[in-house]
Design a protein around this ligand. Structure first.
Ligand SMILES: Cc1cc2nc3c(=O)[nH]c(=O)nc-3n(C[C@H](O)[C@H](O)[C@H](O)COP(=O)(O)OP(=O)(O)OC[C@H]3O[C@@H](n4cnc5c(N)ncnc54)[C@H](O)[C@@H]3O)c2cc1C
Length: 433
């Protein structure tokens, strides 16, 4: 029996009815028990891509390019094409994705359905801002062409619509021009959160890409210390270094998580003290945008119990105070993450009814699954996010309570009208109880 899990292996409800699609067609109830749900490459951390009660429609074989306008940077391809394949095609022609998440193994369908964001949200918005059109197949047999100006409401429901409005067959996106595959990057250390806000504000005015790593276990005057990474696509130049992709693999599941209080403290202290490069250097786009992709199966380091990611967005007016409260709660719990990312989103209005990225600040942390202890910490964090008027990211969620989803996504009931009656997911059933 083959199964599909999500990236963090939680919730532990692997779906076993899987159909790999090779054509753009929705199978009948007879050939695939309903409800249905498209599944891209399972890079979500949770159950937006899981459907234990029905059938998962695997899309990775829908991997054909349809057209590429090299003059204007417009690409149309099937929904199972990976971001990696897109980059391999377009970068040699001087184009790049307008918005990309931290993994190139996501499919374009998954990127649209979660309306993913990247390090340039403050400058370019999220993935959905660059979608020109897509085709949506509904279980009624209807085939809808959607764009910002056509079937507008279905467009807004499907971008960030968690795969619930039907099956995306193809997607057309606008790319951005680049000179070469290289990035010019700088890194700057900051001593605490106040220092972060100041550096980040300046950086956002000058750099299209910004993101900060923070030491989530540091407290007192050092609370929120970390490193700010800024980047831009490299200028046109004749002398460029050569780049050879190297990838390693985590070969087995350790019996317990390799991430624990001791390893975290040492890692965070060492990482914070790494030599920073305020003078800048060239870096190939792959290690810059996708550092974790260099270690295949890195999710195994957390052992078979899996891990959670907690990613929230906090409204701008309360972001500073709420970030302090979140970091204090995490430091006190002694649990935490070597991957703790802080980023401010730009002011663009979200495209989708359920889009997560919106004006404010986002904090994302990975936590090994320690059972009740971890869930108790999340209850404390939820209370802070809820009080701040924030939201959690469905693409990174395996446990948020229905009340937090519904307050964080006030259009959810309106969105429900656009759901395809033959589609559902474990996530949706959990948060709309
Ligand atoms: C290392 C790593 C870093 C990441 N960094 C970021 C980041 O910086 N920013 C960010 O926003 N996210 C990030 N993510 C999350 C990831 O980008 C998203 O979860 C993305 O949606 C995964 O794409 P996928 O193809 O694996 O889709 P899946 O996880 O398989 O599915 C995601 C959703 O898309 C739907 N879907 C997929 N294909 C179709 C289709 N053809 N038609 C309709 N619906 C469809 C599914 O039903 C599901 O609801 C990261 C993930 C990893 C593992």
């Amino acid at each position: 029996m083959s199964t599909l899990q999500s990236w963090n292996r939680l919730p532990n409800i692997a779906s076993d009815k899987i159909l790999t699609l090779t054509e753009h067609a929705i199978p009948s109830q007879h050939s695939a028990p309903h409800p249905l749900l498209a599944h891209g490459n399972g890079r979500s951390y949770g159950d937006v891509c899981l459907n234990d009660k029905g059938t998962l429609l695997r899309t990775t074989a829908l991997d054909r390019f349809i057209s590429f306008d090299q003059r204007n940077g417009i690409l149309r391809c099937e929904s199972g094409v990976s971001l990696q394949s897109i980059l391999q095609l377009v970068v040699p022609h001087g184009w790049f994705l307008s918005s990309t998440p931290g993994t190139q193994y996501a499919t374009i369908g998954g990127a649209l359905a979660n309306d993913v964001h990247g390090k340039n949200h403050h400058a370019q918005g999220s993935f959905g801002h660059h979608v020109r059109a897509f085709e949506l197949i509904r279980s009624s047999g209807e085939v809808l062409l959607c764009s910002p100006g056509r079937n507008t409401e279905m467009f807004r429901a499907t971008v960030g619509g968690l795969g619930l409005t039907g099956l995306l067959s193809w997607i057309e996106i606008q790319l951005i021009p680049v000179n070469n595959p290289w990035m010019w990057v700088e890194s700057h250390r900051f001593n605490n959160l106040d220092h972060f806000w100041q550096l980040n504000k300046e950086a956002e005015q000058q750099w299209p890409y910004t993101v900060a790593w923070i030491d989530c276990l540091a407290s007192g005057n050092a609370r929120g210390r970390g490193i700010l990474f800024t980047g831009k696509h490299a200028a046109n130049q004749t002398q460029l270094p050569s780049y050879k992709e190297r990838s390693k693999r985590v070969p087995f599941d350790p019996p317990i998580s390799l991430v624990n209080r001791l390893s975290l403290r040492s890692f965070n202290a060492l990482y914070y003290r790494q030599p920073v490069k305020p003078q800048g250097n060239l870096c190939h786009y792959a290690p810059y945008f996708y550092p974790l992709d260099a270690i295949q199966d890195w999710n195994r380091i957390y052992g078979h119990k899996g891990f959670y990611q907690y990613q929230c967005v906090l409204p701008p007016e309360v972001a500073r105070e709420a970030t302090v409260q979140l970091l204090d709660a995490i430091a006190q719990s002694g649990q935490g993450s070597f991957l703790a990312v802080l980023k401010t989103f730009g002011s663009q209005a979200p495209v989708g009814m359920l889009s997560f990225a919106r004006p404010g600040t986002t904090l994302a942390l990975d936590f090994p699954n320690l059972g009740d202890k971890t869930l108790k910490l999340f209850n404390r964090l939820d209370a802070i996010v809820s009080e701040a008027g924030g939201a959690l990211y469905p693409a990174k969620d395996a446990r948020m309570p229905a009340s937090l989803f519904q307050s964080g996504f006030p259009e959810w009931q309106r969105f429900s009208d656009f759901i395809d009656p033959a589609f559902s997911s474990h996530f949706w059933q959990r948060v709309t109880l």
